[in-house]
Design a protein around this ligand. Structure first.
Ligand code: GDP
Ligand code: IMO
Ligand code: MG
Length: 428
């Protein structure tokens, strides 16, 4: 039975939460495998809106076990605030959540360093979410990270926090002109969570492999997206982890042969938050209209999302590198009412045509889109439930994106609600 990965095909906020939630009750385990609370996944269930940052979207499906894998960086303040927020709304997340003993922790010093280093980068800043995600991954790779399992050995934890802070305090005081951080305070704060955390901690790699052996369905819920991947994205304007489908293996401890389906989530247009190149970005009234119609404001930071037309090269590159078996196209309803809808089919880079993403960031940053104009439609499609319900021009738009994007379109979002979908092929 399947291991299925859901991956963002653009620069995040494609609707991964909603796509994950679609599979809902048919999924036995839902696993976050990368990123931290830089993510913001919105679900609308029965008219109620839920914004999740750290917990996988499967938390809202009564029969699915939510898992936070080893590849995630966890801010315990955020985790427990999220659990309490859900409990207040009648969702008992604490009862069934599993947390990897190998996952690393985000602590307040990571947030401080995230913010001051962005300030010092000035014009070259990344536009991070400021949640400490990058510095926590830096510590992991530098072998200075604090892991979930470290909380169970107080003496070792104290020594590790001191070790992690020694160099950072020199940097904070002497370079960044900040106050030093007290290792004891950090340690006490971490220890305050031990009792609540202990029952959730597990060897989640073992749990997931046993589940797959038993024929359970495991859904790996990507955060961020292909083009924010530290290896494959628009470096340095990326996040500090591997959101790509292959990251589901390293970030949860299952082998590549476990993955049967890879579903790329693509918006019917393009958005991006933070800095970095974005060839189809619209800096005019058209961009403002898409932002207003699509309510394109960050789930995590509330920042305005940059908006632009669909870029088929961006999605095709993701389809290729992640081996998408399916695409779930979201927010098609937002495009109702345009007479013509431009779709980027190639780039012009210094007079040369590129039909694929250029090899270098140098070229990508200077790419100007070559558009093909699709005929628009005026009808409200939010009530469509089958492909035949969509206006002819809307169907043609979907067919053209499918031709250009390198994988079949299996599902279409026509509104934020759980029921607002058109399915063309089953995802399981
Ligand atoms: P994620 O980070 O990929 O999970 O996406 P976000 O939740 O950050 O942003 C997607 C936004 O679009 C959320 O507010 C969703 O409720 C909403 N959404 C998802 N799919 C659709 C859709 O098909 N139509 C409309 N109108 N909204 C959608
Ligand atoms: P979801 O899962 C959109 C962006 C930030 C910034 C860059 C690095 O909701 O799609 P970081 O804080 O990760 O060091 O910031 O990555 N970014 C996202 N953009 N959606 C996200 O998550 C993002 N997570 C990070 O805006 O440009
Ligand atoms: Mg989001």
């Amino acid at each position: 039975m399947p291991g299925i990965v859901v991956v963002g095909a653009q620069w995040g906020d494609e609707g991964k939460g909603k796509a994950t939630d679609q599979l809902g009750d048919r999924v036995d385990f839902t696993v976050r495998y990368s990123g931290g609370n830089n993510a913001g996944h919105t679900l609308v269930v029965g008219g109620e809106r839920y914004a999740l940052h750290l917990l996988p979207s499967g938390i809202l499906s009564p029969n699915s076990v939510p898992v936070i894998g080893n590849g995630v960086v966890i801010d315990l303040d955020v985790l427990f605030a999220e659990i309490e927020g859900l409990a207040a709304r009648g969702v008992d997340a604490a009862r069934k959540l599993l947390v990897s003993s190998n996952a690393h922790l985000i602590t307040p010093y990571h947030q401080t360093i995230d913010k001051v280093s962005e300030r010092f980068l000035g014009k070259r800043k990344i536009g991070t979410t400021g949640r400490g995600v990058g510095p926590a991954y830096s510590d992991k790779v530098n072998r200075l990270g604090i892991r979930v399992q470290d909380l169970f050995d107080e003496e070792m934890l104290r020594a590790k926090v001191e070790g992690a802070l020694w160099q950072k305090n020199h940097l904070l005081v002497k370079v960044y002109n900040q106050r030093a951080i007290d290792p004891d305070q950090i340690t006490e704060r971490l220890l305050s969570y031990v009792d609540r955390l202990r029952p959730m901690v597990a060897d989640t790699s073992r749990v997931l492999n046993d589940a797959l052996d038993a024929g359970d369905v495991v859904l790996f819920e990507g955060a961020q997206a292909h083009h924010l991947d530290v290896d494959h994205g628009t470096y340095p304007y990326v996040t500090s982890s591997n959101p790509i489908a292959a990251g589901a293996c390293t970030g949860s401890g299952v082998g590549p042969t476990r993955i049967d389906r890879v579903v790329g989530i693509a918006k019917a247009y393009t958005t991006r938050v933070g800095e970095g190149p974005f060839p189809t970005e619209l800096l005019d009234a058209d961009g403002d209209k898409i932002r207003a119609d699509g309510a394109e404001f960050g789930t995590t930071t509330g920042r305005k999302r940059r908006c632009g037309w669909y870029d088929a090269l961006v999605v095709e590159a993701a389809a290729s590198a992640n081996a998408f078996t399916d695409i779930f196209l979201t927010k098609l309803d937002i495009l109702s009412g345009w007479e013509k809808i431009p779709v980027c089919v190639a780039y012009d880079v210094d007079g040369e045509r590129h039909d694929r993403l250029p090899m270098t960031q140098h070229d990508f940053a200077r790419a100007t889109p070559i558009y093909e104009l699709q005929d628009g439609w005026t009808e409200d499609i939010s009530g469509a439930r089958s492909f035949g319900d969509l206006p002819k021009n809307c169907q043609a738009y979907v067919h053209r994106l499918e031709e250009l994007s390198g994988a079949r379109i299996s599902g279409i979002g026509v509104g934020p609600g759980r029921e607002q979908v058109v399915m063309l092929h089953d995802l399981l």
